[in-house]
Design a protein around this ligand. Structure first.
Ligand SMILES: [Zn+2]
Length: 505
């Protein structure tokens, strides 16, 4: 067998990622009942073997600063993640098959797919029935889903720690990604403290007016119904969503299908995930945007989010090496996704591309501020929880109590202990989201300075975004991109200010 060099690792690594991504797309979109991952791991054994890990570790330790260094860093991070996924492939297949077939029985006698339970809960206005569906979901999570997730989390942690990249799971994440979990968690603590009184002033009114319940009674399933915001449905008609969104992208000077490289998969289908996603099956040539319609504003929101990802991948420079197109700091692609979904907080955008009438926009923006504050507080609490989970100072058995106290405390909605291992973003993906939130606000300010507040329909803005941001894939980190903006540094401060403005709309 020929020795594994950098070029061969890139070529075969990319082929492996394409195969895994295609299988994921087919299974998560409901085209296949399960994902056949193990044969793919076998086929690409070489790129996931000890030789590949050694090669990337060696590159990481010896590469000079600059593109070679970042290239080595992204390759090592990918190696660690993929090597850890290989022994877990059987668990993943079992979980995907289970999720695609599991059903629960609603108190009114209907059989509901497990995947569709969050949609059902969000759409159920009768509170007793809503809590009943959630109780059935909770029972199923406790007996079947949570044990699978727990096993995966434990085995992944053990595997990463066995590689000895640094001392412990968190330190190895920090060493390879360059992201300080300690300082981000401290920023999250501060944000939770700084916005506590704003949250206490805001939550009761929305609970009362939208759901008619008191803060002491609010459960997480109520949050799903509250953020579904069905009172605004008339402003966000499903049938015209795709064409309005495409119109906006056209107006900013970008082809919304990227000359056919982006494929929209927006229909309902059994087995399709309730959470929308973007699958870059070949970057930049073949990118799927997948959404299972819930109805109303949340569809517009997720559509815009996934569109940001899809455009980013479909406009990545084809000349870049594999690692700059496929790998890197996912805070970057998440920030482009959020730059798009945050148009839902933009008065001009709402008036132009939705049916929200003028008289309703202020109420919608206040609500958007409330929703933004909720999700940021939720993600801050999630990151703090996940850091604890992986540090290992809290025994696994006590994590559910910690989860409930942190998440309920931050959001004001009572969380369910059964979700402690299901509601976890593996490999600190929540850190990527939080950094993306910060970066999108800097990018929005920059675009506004360059192309005015309505940059979303300025034909000069799209080409600039493509050449200055999207084309670079994920070569740069979120911090590097932030350093080129006027503010220059990622922080929660501009987000807190923007939320205050929205709440005063
Ligand atoms: Zn995303």
């Amino acid at each position: 067998m020929k020795a594994l060099g950098l070029q061969r690792l890139r070529v075969e690594g990319q082929a492996f990622m394409e195969a895994i991504s295609r299988e994921g797309y087919l299974a998560y979109s409901g085209h296949k009942a399960t994902a056949e991952l193990q044969p793919i791991y076998q086929q690409y054994e070489k790129v996931l073997g000890p030789e590949a890990l050694e090669l990337t570790l060696e590159l990481f330790r010896s590469a000079p600063a600059g593109d070679e260094r970042r290239s080595a860093q992204w390759l090592l991070e990918w190696q660690i993640e993929s090597q850890a996924s290989k022994p877990l492939a059987a668990l993943d297949e079992r979980e995907i098959a289970w999720e695609n077939s599991a059903v629960l029985r609603s108190p009114d006698g209907r059989v509901i797919q497990y995947q569709a339970a969050p949609i059902e809960i969000a759409n159920t206005t009768d509170r007793k029935l809503r809590l009943g569906i959630d109780a059935a979901r909770s029972k199923l999570v406790k007996s079947e889903h949570a044990p699978m997730r727990l096993e995966r989390l434990q085995r992944e942690k053990d595997y990463i720690e066995s590689l000895g990249v640094a001392d412990g799971y968190n330190a190895s994440f920090e060493a390879v990604t360059g992201i300080s979990l300690t300082s981000l968690a401290a920023d999250c603590q501060r944000f939770l403290r700084d916005t506590q009184s704003m949250w206490d002033d805001t939550l009761p009114g929305f609970l009362r007016s939208s759901l008619g319940i008191k803060p002491a009674d609010a459960k997480r399933s109520d949050a799903l119904a509250l953020f579904r915001a069905s009172e605004f449905d008339a402003g966000f008609p499903g049938p015209q969503m795709e064409s309005m969104v495409r119109k906006q992208v056209n107006e900013m000077g970008i082809d919304p299908v990227a000359e056919g490289r982006i494929i929209y998969d927006l229909g309902d289908r059994d087995g399709k995930r309730s959470r929308a996603f973007c699958s870059p099956v070949r970057v930049p040539e073949e990118v799927y945007l997948v959404l299972r319609p819930h109805g109303g504003q949340s569809d517009y929101n997720t559509m815009m989010h996934e569109l940001g990802h899809a455009l980013h991948f479909a406009y990545a420079s084809p000349d870049y090496p594999f690692e700059f197109r496929w790998l890197g700091d996912n805070s970057v692609t998440e920030s482009y996704a959020m730059l798009f979904d945050h148009r839902m907080q933009d008065r001009g955008w709402l008036l132009r591309y939705t049916d929200l009438r003028k008289g309703r926009v202020d109420a919608f923006l206040r609500r958007a501020g409330f929703e933004e504050l909720h999700f940021l507080r939720r993600y801050c609490a999630k990151l703090i929880y996940e850091v604890s989970l992986y540090v290992g100072d809290v025994p696994w058995g006590q994590l559910p109590d910690l989860y409930v106290s942190l998440l309920s405390g931050a959001t004001g909605f009572e969380y369910d202990a059964v979700d402690a291992f299901v509601d976890v973003d593996p490999r600190f993906y929540s850190a990527r989201y939080l950094r993306a939130w910060q970066l999108q606000s800097l990018l929005n300010d920059d675009l506004t300075a360059r192309f005015d507040a309505d940059w979303h329909r300025n034909p000069g803005a799209g080409p600039w975004i493509v050449s200055e941001l999207f084309a670079h894939g994920q070569r740069d980190t979120a911090d590097e991109i932030a350093s080129r903006t006027k503010v220059g540094k990622l922080s929660f401060a501009p987000l807190a200010r923007r939320i205050e403005e929205l709440l005063e709309s």
